[in-house]
Design a protein around this ligand. Sequence first.
Ligand code: CUA
Length: 347
Amino acid sequence: MFKDFPLFPRAASTVADQIDTFYFFMVGVCGLLALGVVCFIIYFALKYRRRHEDEPVSKEEAPMWLELVWTITPFFILMVMFAWGAWLFFDVNRPPAHALDVYVTAKQWMWKFQHVGGRSEINSLHVPVGRPVRLIMASEDVIHSFFVPEFRVHTDVLPHRYTYNWFEATIPGTYHLFCSEYCGTEHSRMIGSVVVMEPEDYQVWLSGGVQGSPAEAGQKLFTSLTCNTCHMDAATARGPVLTGIFGRERPLQDGRTVVVDENYLRESILNPGARVAAGYQPIMPSFQGQVNEEQLIHLIAYIKTLTPPVGGGLPATAAPAGAATSTAAPPPPPGSDSPAPEGQDPQ
Ligand code: CUA
């Protein structure tokens, strides 16, 4: 019913209705409570008003049972909100395993999208209907925020790390995309659209305008930055071999473990000493300043292809046959110092 309310955006993703229901539950509960409080204020103001100048102040206290009722009842109501909200939060933040990955780069003042298959676009994002899409997002400069009201999807896009988001569109059409974090003079013009297409149309669109895939570009970069000299051949490797590591848990030099995800790979390329894989020396140079956001995406996309997907194509897709670990959620990975090649060192 709310979908038709003109001030309310249409619900066009799988989570939108759940979020709306929760939202209206909270608004309803808070409205009823506020109404009750106001009614009692008015009622008591009249009932206990001072009737003559010398009337003594009442010493009456509320009985214990009443105190308990009005303390415990709101407690349970709030716990319902908490539990429901937490459940929704986890649901909304866990992409399904077969989600389609799209890399998003935000900058003043545009949105750039890189599809795994090779197409890239600016200020418009094409996706198929009925398929979960996972966004791997980073900013080239300041904080931006990815917001599609119809999907009830809203996540900040930060410099220096990846944030994630996912949605599954349910109705084909074109939807507004906003930057919802004030990011400079032209913040209000940092807008775009999300085009939700039937799967067949999406396939046609995807095959048009073919550019090399990000993984292919990443492979070239991997060689040109000489990452391969340290990370490919086990016999001569001075850093961990990167085959089959994505999405897996890996031990670190300092005894901790990490799950290899996009953020860990990113950190390992830009700040190799932060979390060094067990068994390796922190000899890898930083590639900070040598690779830009897009090249990082390419490198990461390539490294991900070194780990064949198990079930779906998600992030942590993980582990090849024997990988026991995290198939589901890709956390940060290990081997930090390794991912990137040792760059100049070899020479
Ligand atoms: Cu980007 Cu506001």
